[in-house]
Design a protein around this ligand. Structure first.
Ligand SMILES: Nc1ncnc2c1ncn2[C@@H]1O[C@H](COP(=O)(O)OP(=O)(O)OP(=O)(O)O)[C@@H](O)[C@H]1O
Ligand SMILES: [Mg+2]
Length: 222
């Protein structure tokens, strides 16, 4: 069974009287452990697609399944639990909490999950070790470089052992060399933990790392 399955998914946005057809019938199956890249020009629907997979938004029509769960059948509580427990998010602009240290940012999803203190500390330190930031645990985001911030975001996304990691242009705010180290880190974690990554990018260097490249064009898979 695929970990993500989309069937004839459409998404319309209403802007006053105009309707934007952001997705126009997308079918997609993602198997566990894949490292998939969504590529396509600006406005082609990449963020919309990732938001639907991440249950941050609902399709206008069509079906989204995560494992056997039909997302449409889940209520808001079930959806937020699903997001907290099964999905890790990495964003272009890192989205770290500015007043919290690297350690506290990484710990935050575990607090939300109600994980006990001892076990939290252990997981957070292991994760910071994994992204090679153990020596920066006490640094706030403004005391870190762009690449280091994105590594904190990766640690935060992965600390709960999510089945699926969604990354929307994770390297877009980084120089190309730092961007490459970030994809290499994602790939390493994908191989070590067999976690499923779905990420979007404009950057052909980043695309090269993907097992499978999905081209979106004007709301459709090309
Ligand atoms: N909240 C919204 N309200 C109205 N229209 C939207 C909204 N979000 C996206 N759109 C429109 O939907 C289409 C797809 O947008 P989306 O953000 O998914 O593209 P994208 O491929 O992620 O682009 P980019 O590479 O610039 O991030 C665009 O035409 C966009 O203007
Ligand atoms: Mg986008």
């Amino acid at each position: 069974m695929p970990i993500v399955s989309m069937q004839k998914v459409t998404k319309d946005y209403h802007l006053g009287k105009t309707i934007v057809n952001a997705l126009k019938g997308v079918d997609l199956r993602v198997e566990k452990g894949e490292f998939i890249c969504i590529a396509g020009p600006s406005g082609s629907g990449k963020t919309t697609l990732l938001n639907l997979i991440g249950c941050l938004d609902k399709p206008t029509s069509g079906k989204v399944f995560l494992d056997e769960d039909d997302v449409e059948r889940l209520n808001d509580n079930q959806l937020s639990r699903l997001r907290a427990e099964r999905i890790g998010f990495i964003f272009q602009s890192f989205n770290l909490i500015p007043v919290l240290s690297a350690l506290e940012n990484t710990e935050y999803p575990l607090l939300l999950k109600g994980v006990a203190r001892q076990s939290r500390k252990k997981k957070v330190l292991a994760m910071l070790e994994e992204v090679e930031l153990a020596n920066f645990a006490g640094h706030r985001p403004d005391q870190l470089s762009g690449g280091q911030r994105q590594r904190v975001a990766i640690a935060r996304a992965l600390v709960t052992d999510p089945e699926i990691i969604l990354a929307d242009e994770p390297t877009a705010n980084l120089d190309s060399k730092t961007g490459e180290t970030i994809v290499e880190l994602m790939k390493k974690i994908n191989e070590e933990m067999n976690s499923t990554f779905i990420f979007s990018t404009h950057d052909s260097m980043v695309m090269k790392y993907a097992h499978r490249l999905i081209h979106l064009q004007d709301g459709r898979i090309a």
